[in-house]
Design a protein around this ligand. Structure first.
Ligand code: CP
Ligand code: NVA
Length: 309
């Protein structure tokens, strides 16, 4: 594993190793066992979009591994004023040991990886959110004791989170059903990649416009905001289009009686999910948020230990 940009690029074995390492790091962290395996290393964190969880978990994770993280808002660095990705990648490669980037265009992340000489971690693009999906499946495993053979239903926008969940489920042998309104479905290219990946462990990939069909007998019900970062102007229109895709008590009741509710957060109560579901007993959203820290420590440990320059 050289970069962590798309879960499509990593094997089922690597995916499962990352979850095992993340769980081990989590357990040891709770026991007060420290691992300063990134002592002397620096992670540059470029953000062209807002963040709470990603920023804080990477910064704390880097600190816990003995290294340091630099927060680089695109507004403050020359990238935001038109310096090229090529120059940024080359310059940053001389200073830091890895880059985590959150941005709009997925191609910018691929270019950073191509032109730089250090590991690149995708902290969310318009296309994918792999750190989230890794932490998500770690959370499912904690709550369900296994991954293979489970069914995850994603209801809502066919966005970056849905795309990474498609890949993650395929890598882990979890059946996935995605229900989105017409015109807001997942990218057909990503779906094709997930179908290809799913053959390895034999899981199902189902795309539908019917939320009840997706949620029926699911072990996990997942949703995300109806308007992602950069789509603020479409919010009013999307609220109308997505109204039948709200995860409320009634829709949730079609899933298994012991199913769990998940959301990457930030959540908008009363829109994609109702309060009784997200704040109910079967919601695991804060475990999910916490696991971002442990999952990303595992990613950084896999990518940045040793001589990465
Ligand atoms: N889930 C997630 O990535 O949250 P942030 O936008 O707060 O980083
Ligand atoms: N789909 C959301 C995820 C936020 C973590 C967005 O891109 O804004």
């Amino acid at each position: 594993m050289k970069h962590f940009i798309s879960l499509h690029d990593i094997s089922s074995e690597e995916f499962s190793q990352l979850i095992s390492l993340a769980s081990k790091l989590k357990k040891e962290n709770k026991q007060g066992i420290e691992h300063h395996i990134l002592k002397g290393k620096t992670l540059g964190m470029i953000f062209t979009k807002s963040s709470t969880r990603t920023r804080v978990s990477f910064e704390v994770g880097m600190y816990q591994l003995g290294g340091q993280a630099l927060f680089l808002s695109a507004n403050d660095i020359q990238l935001g004023r038109g310096e090229t990705i090529y120059d940024t990648a080359n310059v940053m490669s001389r200073f830091v040991d890895g880059i985590m980037i959150r941005t709009f265009d997925h191609q910018d992340v691929l270019d950073l990886a191509e032109y730089g000489s250090i590991p690149i971690i995708n902290g969310l693009t318009d296309l994918l959110h792999p750190c989230q999906a890794l932490a998500d499946l770690m959370t499912v495993k904690e709550h369900k004791g296994r991954l293979r053979g489970l069914k995850l239903a994603y209801v809502g926008d066919g966005n970056n989170v849905a795309h990474s969940l498609l890949y993650a489920c395929a890598k882990a042998g979890v059946d996935i059903s995605v229900a989105s309104p017409e015109g807001y479905e997942c990218s057909s290219e990503i779906v094709a990649g997930a179908v290809e990946d799913s053959k390895r462990l034999g899981s199902k990939v189902v795309l539908t416009n019917d939320p009840i069909e997706a949620v029926t007998d699911a072990d996990v019900v997942y949703t995300d905001t109806w308007a992602s970062m950069g789509q603020e102007a479409e919010k009013a229109e999307r609220v109308k289009i997505f109204k039948d895709y709200q995860v409320n008590k009634e829709l949730f009741s079609y899933s298994k009686p012991d199913s769990i509710f998940m959301h990457c957060l930030p959540a908008y109560r009363g829109f994609e999910v109702t309060e009784d579901v997200i704040d109910g007993a079967r919601s695991v959203v804060f475990d999910e948020a916490e696991n971002r820290l442990h999952a990303q420590k595992a990613v950084m440990a896999m990518l940045m230990v040793g001589d990465s320059k």
